[in-house]
Design a protein around this ligand. Sequence first.
Ligand SMILES: O=C(O)CCC(=O)C(=O)O
Ligand SMILES: [Fe+2]
Length: 183
Amino acid sequence: MTAKMDELNLILLRMIFESFGIEEYYKEKELDENITGYLRSMKYRLPKENEDPLGFDIHVDKSIITILCQDSVQGLEVLSKEGKWIKINIPKGALVVFAGNALQAWTNGRIEAVKHRVVMSGDKERLSSGFFSVPKDGVSVEIPPQLVDEEHPLRYRTFVYSDYLAKYLNSTRLDALETFAGI
Ligand SMILES: O=C(O)CCC(=O)C(=O)O
Ligand SMILES: [Fe+2]
C-alpha cells in the first residue's frame, strides 16, 4: 500500500508544482528522490457519556501532503477561511488529500495547510489511515523564487524540514511554522 501511496503522492505533488509553472524547480531539487512518507492508522473509540466527542483536536499536518482513507464512520471536519467547521462526508473507497505545513512553506503560502479535527458522533468506533509525505532528513525547503513577487513577499526562510519536525512534530500549535521559519 505504501508504494502506491508514494506513487500517488508524487503524481499529486508534480501536478501542484506544474500548476504553479515551477516543474523545473521540482526537477532541479530532485523532489522525487528527496521525499519520503509514512503511514499511520488511527482508531477512535466512542466517547463515554458526558465526555467531549472530540477525537482529534484542531491541528494542521506537518506533512507535504496527507492522503487519508477511513472506514464507513464519518467524523472529519475542516475549518473554512470564514472560520466555519465543515463536516467532510467521505464516500466509500474515496481518499481525501490535504495540504500540510511543508507544502504551505514550499508554495510560499499560496497553498495553506488545512486546519482540521475529528469529531465522533453516532455509535460506532472509527478507523482511519493516513499517508503523510515529508521531505527526507536533512532536505531543505527553499521557496522557489518564481513564487515570490510584490503581491507575495517571501514568507519563510530556507530551512531544513527535519529540524522543524524534530521541534514541532507533536505540537498542535497552529502557528508552529510561522514561529520556526516565518520571516
Ligand atoms: O482520522 C482522520 O480522519 C484524521 C487524522 C488526522 O488528522 C491526522 O492523523 O493528522
Ligand atoms: Fe491531521
